[in-house]
Structures are given as C-alpha cells and as structure tokens.
Design a protein around this ligand. Structure first.
Ligand code: FO1
Length: 328
C-alpha cells in the first residue's frame, strides 16, 4: 500500500473506530471514507431499535459525543430514565433524553419499511456528516456471549452435582448489565445464513485503495462484521491492501474488556495475539511504540508491522494516525 488512497473502507466497532474515523475525515476528503459498522451490539428496548456502534460513530465524527463516557451525547439530560424508574421499567441501559430521539426516529423509519442503512444515512445526513456510515448488514445480526454463572444465583439453576450451567446473554446484557466483569467462555454471532451485507458494503471493500480494520475489539466488534456472509471473503481478497490497527497497547485494551476477553478465549492479549487473528485477512498491522519490541513476533505471523504512536488523545493525534494508516 503506497501513495495514499482515493477511497478508504473502515471496518468499525465503537469508540476506537469512531476516533480513527474522526482522523480519517481530516486526513482525506470525508466523502471518500466509508465506515462499515458493527450491529451485533444492537438491542431492542422499550420497543426501540438501538444501534450503539452506529450512534457512537455518528456522534463522535459530529463532535457531539460525550467525551468522558465515550457514548451518548454531550450535555445530555436523563429525565426520561428518571421517569421510567418510577414504573420499575428497564433502566440498566441508560438512554439520554436527546439520544432517545435518535432511537425514536430510527425505529419509526424501520417500522415504515426503511432498511437500517437508509435510516442510518438519514441520521448521518442530519448531523451533516459527509462520510458514508453503513451498518454491515440490514439483516438481523446479534452477538451472544456465554458467561460463567453468577455464584449462588438461583436464577441460573443448578445442574447435576450442584454446578450451575453457563449462561448465554446478549452483548449489552454482558457489557452493560454485568459490567463486563464476568469471565467469557464463548462468543457467537446470530445471523441468518442468507443474511447479506448492506448495499455498498462489498463494493466499498472491493474498490477501496485501503481497507482499514479499526482499533476495535477483534472478537466482539470486528468479529460480527466479518461474520456477515461474504464480508470475510471480500476482506481476504484485498489482504495486501488491508491495514489493521491494534486495539491492544502494552498488553492492555485502551477501553473495554478486549484484553481479558482475548485471554479468556485462549488468545494472547498482546499485539502478537491480534496479529495471529488478523494475519489471514490483513497484510499490515499497525502497533504502538509501546510494543516496538514485539514487531519481529508480529512479522513472524506473516504480516508487515508498522510501529507508530496509536494513542488518539485528540483529533490531531487521530488525524496523524489516519495519515499513517493511509500511507503505510
Ligand atoms: N454503556 C454503558 O456502560 N451503560 C449504558 O447505560 C449505556 C447506554 C447506551 C445507550 C446508547 C448507546 O448508543 C450506547 C450506550 N452504552 C452504554 C455504550 C454501549 O454499551 C457501547 O457503546 C457498546 O455497545 C460497545 O461498543
């Protein structure tokens, strides 16, 4: 990959991907950027269709994200949640008053028959974004996580000999309700065999000058994107133009449980573990200066290894990383 790219496709999860996209739209014309976003985290609550990763990407690139939380809108209020609490409604997944409008709009558009990709394009346009934001699929895709049972929990029941059965829950049940504090023993993607990539997804991957795998959780953020029939194959065909950015820096995830999850599922929680997962799909792995000593081990997996500052402290740092990724 040399000399930059006329068009870039970015496989994206939540916060890390959203920050890199903020840099991408500063490093090249935003119309030339397509984000292909995970929807395995989507959840139906209160009759609403909620797409956290799509919203994190839109709100972040629009500079409307709450910077501390990394999700939802800045200057948010929580009156609806407080009122819902009165009824004993579901409040463990918190929807801010302004954020609620996004879910109301999306849900109504989908009830009218619009696919998720159309509702998403309308939301991105309303935030005046020029980059293209695509859900990886308009069909149903849900990440399911098998977690260890809570000790002494009657709800889990007890198997023969008093062992509790493991529990399979939705991604948000694991991530938010259980605060990703419980060990994970398996991850699975619920997706119809005839599920298809959303319009534009395969074309973006096949025609991009560079295909980027954002620094998102390889298992639960990038995993679902690759699980949609046709996507993994398309990425593999572009391997020499695929650049992945490691979400693991110095053996740790910058945000979220990626390091623990890698270990729990039998992978090394390091840039080398990430390289082993991505080597069949990506020709290049970008790692942080903190991991320079592991560059040789990364190259031993068959990937080129590029070492740079990958911490996106602000939009300038994100732009510098984006520029680097586009010119490896
Ligand atoms: N994360 C939390 O930790 N607690 C929440 O109550 C919560 C609500 C929420 C609402 C809308 C939204 O777009 C995101 C929200 N998130 C919340 C973040 C979400 O769990 C994560 O962004 C991901 O799904 C992981 O990428």
């Amino acid at each position: 990959v040399t000399g930059g790219a006329s068009h870039v496709a970015v496989l994206a999860g939540g916060v890390g991907a959203a920050r890199l996209l903020t840099g991408m739209v500063r490093a090249m014309p935003p119309e030339a950027v397509t984000a292909i976003v995970n929807v395995g985290d989507d959840i139906e609550l209160h009759g609403l269709h909620i797409s956290p990763d799509l919203d994190t990407v839109v709100y972040t690139v629009a500079e409307a994200i709450d910077p501390e939380r990394g999700w939802g809108l800045r200057d948010e209020t929580w009156q609806a949640m407080a009122s819902l609490e009165r009824y004993g409604g579901t409040t463990w997944f918190r929807l801010g008053d302004q954020d609620l409008a996004t879910h109301l709009f999306r849900t109504q558009r989908m009830a009218d028959g619009a696919p998720l990709s159309t509702a998403t394009a309308e939301i991105a346009a309303a935030w005046k974004l020029a980059l293209r934001v695509l859900p990886v699929t308009d069909d149903r895709l849900r990440t399911r996580v098998t977690i260890a049972p809570e000790p002494h929990s009657a709800a889990n029941g007890s198997g023969p000999g008093g062992f509790s059965a493991p529990d399979e829950v939705s991604f948000q049940e694991y991530f938010v309700h259980r605060q990703h504090s419980v060990p994970v023993s398996a991850v699975r993607f619920e997706c119809d065999v005839d599920a298809r990539p959303a319009p534009g997804v395969l074309e973006a991957i096949m025609t991009a000058g560079v295909v980027v795998i954002a620094p998102s959780n390889p298992i639960v953020s990038i995993g679902p994107v690759l699980a949609v029939p046709g996507v993994r194959n398309a990425v593999r065909q572009r391997r020499e133009s695929v650049v992945a950015v490691s979400p693991i820096v110095g053996g740790k995830a910058l945000k979220g449980p990626a390091d623990r999850m890698l270990r729990e599922l039998g992978h090394e929680p390091s840039v080398v573990g990430v390289a082993r997962l991505y080597a069949p799909l990506a020709g290049t792995l970008v790692i942080d200066e903190a991991d320079r000593a592991l560059a040789g081990d990364v190259e031993a997996t068959g990937m080129h290894c590029v070492v740079t500052d990958t911490i996106m402290r602000d939009a300038e740092a994100a732009k510098a990383l984006a520029h680097h990724v586009l010119h490896v």
